[in-house]
Design a protein around this ligand. Structure first.
Ligand code: HEC
Ligand code: HEC
Length: 356
């Protein structure tokens, strides 16, 4: 449990960040795009995905910008102690989550309050973090950077450290044409790297895009049950509707009020982001608090463990007033087989996103 002053810090810092976000959007949209010799980079938007949310209009994607974003992502220079990088908690082999922890570990091995979320397909997300506290991809890095339990640094100080490095100054110049690094280019480089991290080559994707892959009868049966019982929240080929809901994993929200911490509305108590289920085979433990180790436990939760509370979602309730989504053991197993078709093995070893 966090001491109360830390909790207040979280709530306050969220509000401050939201306001800073607004100011930042106004400032960046007033910059015109400069022309210099960075090499444009293309990404393919998968044909089975919804349209991207993030627009590279003000921040044209280039090879230099992307490479710089990758370098920053894996550099401990972003943390107060110099040893925690974004990649410490977002590991490629685990689809960019921190595998062996139910709660994330930051500077001085401090324990965070929540399980980490995967970083891929950020281009398509309307908001970020379990409670949606950050509305814009560009602003994501500010949050872990300044979180006392994660990197515990100050943005100003990181910018100073980057300006003190001749290598970084050259890279920023090549990517953005600037002599001095500012927060704007720092955020832009991150947005380029994270925006280009698209995971869309699972067996399921190849099946729906008719790229010569067949699913087994059990996997197909799992897909059918999933469509009937799960896809009301885990919608589209992103497997999320981007909303915040209470799926009944707990009815004690004293340690984490979820979406309410952003909106300050008690009707949002205990609601968390509906996560994408892509690469879910690799993102254990599950849920915002890491409460389940296995997919079997998750399925049994939906079948028999859903806890009643004032904000519990109607979609995990039955007509007879009971909670949960009834699923036979066979259906549970078939759904798990289907979920495993969402694993994108190529992405997990794609060198473009690896630490150099
Ligand atoms: C100490 C571990 C830790 C570090 C370091 C860290 N993260 Fe995270 N990250 C998390 C946790 C935990 C969450 C979920 C937190 C929450 O929702 O409140 C998260 C969430 C995110 C998300 C949200 C994904 C979504 O679907 O909403 C993105 C993007 C992200 N981190 C990027 C980064 C970047 C970029 C850095 C480096 C600047 C970074 N993280 C550093 C642990 C970490
Ligand atoms: C009411 C909407 C809703 C329905 C219906 C629903 N889910 Fe979820 N699901 C959520 C939310 C919200 C979370 C995150 C909850 C949290 O962490 O507090 C979640 C989390 C998960 C996770 C954990 C993912 C991770 O990375 O931590 C899995 C797996 C999952 N759901 C599978 C399913 C399956 C399978 C079904 C159908 C049996 C289903 N869900 C039905 C809303 C829903």
């Amino acid at each position: 449990m966090l001491p109360i002053n830390k909790k207040i810090f979280f709530v306050k810092s969220k509000l401050i960040k939201m306001m800073a976000a607004m100011v930042f959007v106004v400032i960046i949209s007033s910059f015109s795009v400069k022309h210099f010799s960075a090499e444009p980079m293309q990404i393919n938007i998968p044909s089975n995905f919804p349209s991207p949310v993030y627009d590279f209009k003000n921040n044209p994607l280039t090879k230099e910008g992307f490479e710089l974003g990758r370098k920053l992502f894996y550099d401990g220079i972003l943390s107060r102690t110099g040893n925690i990088s974004c990649g410490s908690c977002h590991q490629q082999a685990s689809a960019f989550i921190q595998a062996d922890h139910d709660l994330s570990h930051g500077v001085d091995d401090q324990l965070g309050r929540r399980n980490s979320l995967p970083v891929f397909n950020a281009l398509f997300k309307k908001s970020f973090f379990w409670d949606g506290g950050v509305p814009l991809l560009e602003l994501v890095p500010a949050n872990p950077l300044e979180n006392p339990l994660e990197m515990d640094e100050k943005l100003d100080n990181v910018i100073k450290k980057l300006n003190a490095s001749a290598t970084y100054r050259t890279q920023f110049k090549n990517a953005f044409g600037v002599d001095t690094v500012s927060a704007k280019e720092f955020f832009y480089a991150f947005a380029q790297f994270m925006g280009a991290m698209i995971s869309a080559n699972s067996r399921y994707d190849k099946y729906v895009r008719h790229e010569g892959v067949q699913l087994t009868p059990d996997e197909l049966e799992g897909m059918n049950v999933f469509k009937q019982k799960c896809s009301s929240c885990h919608t589209t080929d992103l497997f999320t509707d981007g909303s915040y809901r209470n799926n009944g994993i707990t009815n004690d929200f004293s340690n984490d009020k979820g979406r309410e911490e952003v909106t300050l509305d008690p009707a949002d108590r205990g609601k968390f982001k509906v996560p994408s289920l892509r690469n879910v085979e690799y993102t254990a433990p599950y849920m915002h608090d890491g409460s389940f180790e296995t997919l079997e436990q998750v399925l049994e939760h939906y079948n028999s463990g859903v806890k009643e509370s004032a904000t519990l979602d109607n979609l995990v309730k039955q007509n007879n007033g009971k909670t949960g989504i009834p699923l036979t053991k066979t259906e549970q197993q078939q759904i798990i087989l289907f979920l495993k078709t969402l694993t994108d093995k190529e992405f997990l070893i794609d060198k473009r996103f690896s630490e150099l």
